[in-house]
Design a protein around this ligand. Structure first.
Ligand code: GDP
Ligand code: MG
Length: 446
């Protein structure tokens, strides 16, 4: 199973300081399998793996991250960038820079969700963009399809241009355009027919509509559940029409969404929207980073990796890792730094929330609230120590303990307990070789 595969990668702990050919080869194999299982098409997987390899080599494994975590971080970033995170803000915006009406042509197989998406777009454009919207159906093969568009258009509160199955698609488009101009509609959305499979006649028909009205947006609507099959469909439409964007529908289903990467790989066009329900408000601006996380199926373990990267004082963590590796002594100052970094990463319990279920189960024995309180008290105690005492905790005898306890506002027993815990921590750190926040957190529960 995919999540297990990536969890395995994440857990890989070899205490190595950077990603190399040899320590990533096996992990990359797991990543590749995981992506194929997520229904990403092979050529897209190959491109991603090649990019990850290039980016990962020589990358430092910072502080508490394991090589596995670092690699998954790279995979996530590259995947997101391939899906469109690099396109920058506004990549998913519709283009209105034209003489009104701005025409949006919908393309895609039957059942992809075109008609539903027209309704969703009409609602979005009317409510969020304050546009006057007209819709029209050029689906002359199924009378029900025209009725369906009329219904969703009414639900969206937009205007509908009626047609019949005896009209010709190109004539329909031109008549609707004429009407839109006369009635000052700012947007005209043209719904089209789709067949169950790709066929020449369908492609020629929609290409003719495109040529007649020259839409500023030509959106390819594709069902995320199609998985690998999305590739051939996307290629056929991309060859027949100058697509300007993609709408990925049915993401509320249980597909991983691997189609997102495949479709972008073959079309090179931005995915602008995601369909997330049958209802008209079920349309979202496409979020490449979220999609990458979904494809990787890591729950939010990636968010955890990321917050570790953000929260860490990288230089200090590196220094600590070095120190432990060369067998240096782990002292109270290091301890204090580690505690501080845990705080930077957010509360322990919120970190735990981000872990996938199986990890949460493992951690459920721990009382995180308590652990947090305890951490704060420990920090208070360490703050009451002098630098010398922190460097050489062995110096801390009765009178120093009394002074520290008073300074931190705790009982002497608590100082004793903390010193004992520090002892434990110190021996644990010796075994760690390379440091590890997760290991250390596990240590704190006991
Ligand atoms: P068209 O043939 O391309 O026009 O597809 P339709 O708009 O008629 O949609 C086909 C089916 O998919 C309908 O039952 C829709 O309700 C459903 N559908 C469309 N988009 C979504 C979506 O984002 N999520 C879900 N769950 N269903 C959708
Ligand atoms: Mg339809």
């Amino acid at each position: 199973n995919l999540t297990q595969r990536l969890a395995k990668v994440v857990k890989t702990m070899r205490g190595e300081a950077r990603l190399t050919e040899s320590n990533t080869a096996e992990m990359l194999r797991e990543v590749r399998m995981a992506l194929l299982e997520a229904d990403v098409a092979l050529p897209a997987v190959r491109e991603l793996i090649a990019r990850v390899k290039e980016k990962a080599m020589g990358e430092d494994v910072i502080g508490s991250l394991t090589p596995g975590q670092a690699l998954v971080g790279v995979v996530q970033k590259e995947l997101a960038s391939l899906i469109g995170a690099d396109l920058g803000e506004g990549a998913s915006e519709l283009n209105f820079a034209t003489q009104p009406p701005a025409i949006i042509l919908m393309a895609g197989l039957q059942g992809a969700g075109k008609t539903t998406t027209v309704g969703k777009l009409a609602l979005y454009l009317r409510e969020k963009k304050k546009k006057k919207v007209l819709t029209v159906s050029a689906d002359v093969y199924r009378p029900a399809a025209i009725g369906q568009l009329e219904t969703v258009t009414a639900q969206a509160g937009a205007d509908f241009f009626p047609t019949t199955i005896n009209d010709k698609p190109v004539d329909i488009a031109l008549a609707a355009l004429d009407w839109a101009k006369k009635h000052h509609h700012e947007v005209l959305i043209i719904d089209t027919a789709g067949r169950l499979g790709i066929d020449e006649a369908m492609m020629q028909e929609i290409a003719a509509v495109h040529a007649a009205v020259k839409p500023i947006e030509t959106l390819f609507v594709v069902d995320a559940m199609l998985g690998q099959d999305a590739v051939n469909t996307a290629k056929a439409f991309n060859d027949a029409l100058p697509l300007t964007g993609v709408v990925l529908t049915k993401l509320d289903g249980d597909s991983r969404g691997g189609a997102a990467l495949s479709v972008r790989h073959v079309t090179g066009k931005p995915i602008k929207f995601a369909g997330v329900s049958e209802k008209l408000d079920g349309l979202e601006a496409f979020d490449a980073t979220r999609m990458a996380n979904r494809i990787l199926g890591m729950g939010d373990i990636l968010a955890l990796v990321e917050s570790a990267q953000k929260g860490m004082d990288v230089e200090a963590a590196k220094g600590l890792a070095e120190k432990i590796k060369v067998g240096g002594k782990f002292d109270m100052n290091d301890f204090k730094m580690q505690l501080g970094q845990m705080k930077n990463m957010g509360s322990l319990s919120s970190l735990m929330d981000k872990l996938p279920a199986q990890f949460q189960q493992a951690a459920s024995g721990a009382n995180m609230d308590n652990a947090e309180k305890q951490m704060r008290r420990m920090e208070g105690i360490i703050n009451s120590m002098t630098p010398l005492e922190r460097a050489k905790p062995d110096l801390i005898k009765a009178s120093r303990k009394r002074r520290i306890a008073t300074g931190a506002g705790v009982q002497i027993q608590e100082v004793n307990r903390m010193l004992a815990q520090f002892d434990q921590m110190q021996s644990m750190m010796k075994k760690l070789k390379g440091g590890g926040m997760m290991k250390m957190m596990r240590g704190l529960k006991g």
